[in-house]
Write a protein that binds this ligand. Structure first.
Ligand code: NAD
Length: 441
């Protein structure tokens, strides 16, 4: 199939690479000229395991190409995906300006019947808006061209995006006709050969499904963090409680690790947007609001523990910090708990020595740009030099089983603040470490 994807970020690029891997002819479009130039030369703007190889292979096979010029590629397209960002607006709602700009561009350039698929995460009712924006441009051009709008929310996880796309749990399609469902099934069927994973529904339910899924996962995280905070107060161990409740199949083990709160490009903005969507329809989503509140304070849980230990004034103290990205396997720093922790420590006079296997450039150039008293290190042991304690925020594999003798030797005092409960408390205690974790005093 001839596929055009507009927006070549995490979702657009991964989708484009995977569709091309299945033999479709895919063109990825973006307004970012430098990004497109780099991609044409096989330079991938994000870190995502397996993506570079897949992109390079399909450029070589001529299944995948990149352009900034939509009008030059839309004429051969059968399906056009919208995969641009929907960042958080000032009032918490999803900012639809990029999606609607793309809808207008499609209306201005389309030449024949098209299926327009919205993959961006958008509030209920956006498909209708996209339709209106395309129609308006067709009207301005004084032409009549038939088109359909489809909602196809994306569920991939950064850090495992290729796997998620190639072997999806489900493909959700919101559309208004059998013919469209069949066309979309034709595109997606190579991704679910063992059994049908195709779920069809109306447009509004498909748009809502994405928010409901993210809100559910965020709720699990905030719920467990709240339980962890109660555990600390009552003298229970959240690690044990996690095992105790996870063994119930109705609850399950996933997404119930106590930690430093959720971050990333999706959960924070989608939880906020869902609350706002409900509000716009006159409903107060109390639970969703609390999920966000719990998360906001959980992002500061490690800095609070540090303040409890060292006092409000951290001048003269140095902390070594492992992990900047909001989760392992990605260089994405959007809404990462590390940003909040580091700012809090630096604000109180501390120096923070940091190391992350992939996200340091993003931190230095953007998310923590210009903040003094952050020292970027090139290895995990380098951060320990002159440090009064070690902080772990992202559970990259290389932090899972470190050399604790080396850590103890290098740190000024053997103290670890673990935001991911990665280590064996008994073993660390035996070694003489003071070990602070989440959900256990
Ligand atoms: P992103 O910011 O990484 O990429 C968006 C891209 O769109 C950028 O490259 C930008 O230059 C481009 N763009 C903006 N306006 C454009 C235009 N008019 N024409 C062409 N390109 C344009 O965003 P992302 O993380 O890929 O997210 C895209 C959407 O998918 C969002 O709605 C997001 O909520 C949703 N989503 C993201 C993830 C994720 O893990 N990142 C997962 C599921 C869903």
């Amino acid at each position: 199939m001839e596929v055009v994807i507009i927006g070549t970020g995490y979702v657009g690029l991964v989708s484009g690479a995977c569709f091309s891997e299945m033999g479709n002819s895919v063109t990825c479009v973006d307004i970012d000229k430098e990004k497109i130039l780099n991609l044409k030369n096989g330079i991938i703007p994000i870190y995502e395991p397996g993506l570079t190889q897949m992109v390079k292979k399909n450029i070589k096979n001529r299944n995948l190409s990149f352009t900034t010029d939509l009008s030059s590629v839309i004429k051969k397209a059968e399906i056009v995906f919208i995969a641009v960002g929907t960042p958080m607006d000032e009032d918490g709602s999803a900012d639809l300006q990029y999606v609607l700009k793309v809808a207008s561009s499609i209306g201005q350039t389309m030449k024949h019947k098209l299926i327009v698929v919205n993959k961006s995460t958008v509030p209920v009712g956006t498909a209708d808006k996209v339709k209106t924006y395309i129609k308006k441009e067709l009207y301005n051009r004084n032409v009549t061209i038939d088109f359909d709008v489809v909602s196809n929310p994306e569920f991939l996880k950064e850090g495992d995006a290729i796997n998620d796309f190639m072997k999806p749990d489900r493909i959700v399609i919101g559309a208004s006709s059998e013919a469209i469902f069949n066309k979309m099934k034709q595109l997606y069927s190579p991704f679910f050969r063992t059994h049908d994973r195709f779920i069809t529904m109306d447009l509004r339910s498909a748009e809502m499904t994405k928010y409901a899924a993210n809100a559910m996962l965020a709720t699990k995280i905030s719920f467990m963090n709240e339980i962890a905070n109660i555990c600390e107060n009552v003298g229970a161990d959240a690690n044990k409680v996690r095992l105790g409740i996870g063994s119930d199949k109705r609850i399950g083990y996933s997404f119930i690790y106590p930690g430093v709160g959720y971050g990333g490009s999706c959960f924070p903005k989608d939880v906020k947007a869902l609350k706002k969507i409900a509000e716009d329809y006159g409903y107060e989503a109390k639970l969703i609001g609390s999920v966000e509140e719990v998360n906001n304070s959980q992002k500061l849980v490690i800095s609070k523990k540090i303040i409890a230990k060292f006092g409000e004034n951290l001048k003269g103290l140095t902390f070594g910090l492992w992990g900047l990205s909001y989760k392992p396997g990605t260089d994405d720093m959007r809404e990462a708990p590390s940003i909040y922790t580091i700012k809090e420590l630096v604000k109180r006079g501390a120096v923070v020595r940091v190391y992350d296997p992939k996200a340091a450039e993003n931190a230095k150039d953007y998310y923590l740009k210009g903040i003094k008293n952050i020292i970027y290190c090139t290895s995990k042991y380098q951060v320990l030099k002159d440090s009064n304690a070690l902080i772990l925020l992202t559970e990259w594999k290389e932090f899972r089983s470190p050399d604790f003798e080396e850590i103890k030797k290098q740190l000024k005092s053997p103290i670890i603040f673990d935001g991911r409960n990665q280590y064996n408390a008994f073993y660390l205690d035996e070694m003489g470490f003071e070990y602070h974790q989440i959900g256990k005093k």
